[in-house]
Design a protein around this ligand. Structure first.
Ligand SMILES: Cc1cc2nc3c(=O)[nH]c(=O)nc-3n(C[C@H](O)[C@H](O)[C@H](O)COP(=O)(O)O)c2cc1C
Length: 220
């Protein structure tokens, strides 16, 4: 698969086969992702990959916190308001999703189920956490985003699915304690990783993109 096909065919995977990804392949995926660019080549990314019993224990903890109604404490707060253009795109996603699958992303009951599915990492065999030192500037957050995309593309090129998950950082303090990540770090993103289950209805939906005329101005 070439780079263009890889970028265009990657999609978020939310239904996985239980079979684990061999460690050598996870290793190769990460060794590719580290070739992402970063400000002054500072490489401000740290990664934890959880599998097996520890992954299940972490999921149980997150579901338990959620079911008890524990207030969330993400290191990067969840956005509550969006500018008009971005808000319209989110509304469009919700509408298309409801039309395609009857799933209403603004229904509180479904949101509850979606949160639990997130905390279970969509039953993927591995969960990834990306984090970095909390003293780093927004440029390093930008770099970590580049790293996350490289990781997802590097996995996709090897036939392995991923989904980035802000929700997996809802209980950042608890996750950091569980994973022995120091308080001085900020937890940026969770991610499920594994082989996509092609029969999962969650994988049938494909998101849309606005035409580039909406986002690009040509200046000559
Ligand atoms: C920073 C970030 C956070 C996200 N958080 C979640 C999440 O918590 N749960 C989830 O299921 N998807 C999450 N997503 C996936 C987006 O919903 C998805 O990328 C978007 O709808 C476009 O779909 P695609 O990835 O299939 O192209 C997140 C994506 C990004 C980039």
């Amino acid at each position: 698969m070439d780079a263009i096909e890889c970028i265009r065919t990657r999609r978020s995977i939310r239904g996985f086969k239980p079979q684990p990804v061999p460690k050598e392949i996870l290793h190769e995926i990460l060794e590719t992702a580290v070739w992402s660019p970063s400000y002054k080549n500072s490489q401000p990314w740290e990664v934890i990959i959880l599998s097996g019993r520890k992954k299940e224990e972490l999921s149980d903890m997150l579901v338990g916190l959620f079911e008890k109604g524990t207030p969330t404490c993400p290191d990067i707060p969840e956005p509550t308001v969006w500018p008009e253009a971005e808000n319209a795109r989110i509304a469009d996603l919700y509408r298309r999703r409801a039309e395609a699958s009857g799933i209403r992303l603004d229904d509180p009951e479904l949101l509850k189920k979606a949160k639990i599915a997130n905390f279970r990492f969509y039953r993927a065999p591995h969960a990834v956490y990306l984090f970095q030192d909390a003293s780093l500037t927004p440029w390093s957050l930008f770099d970590l985003g580049l790293f996350a995309q490289s990781l997802m593309l590097s996995a996709h090129a090897r036939g392995i699915g991923t989904v980035p998950q802000a929700f997996a950082t809802d209980y950042a303090q608890d996750v950091k304690r569980f994973l022995y990540i120091p308080e001085t770090k900020r937890l940026i993103l969770g991610m499920s990783i594994g082989y996509a289950d092609p029969g999962s209805p969650a994988n049938a939906f494909r998101t849309h993109r606005v035409d580039i005329s909406e986002i690009v101005k040509w200046v000559e």
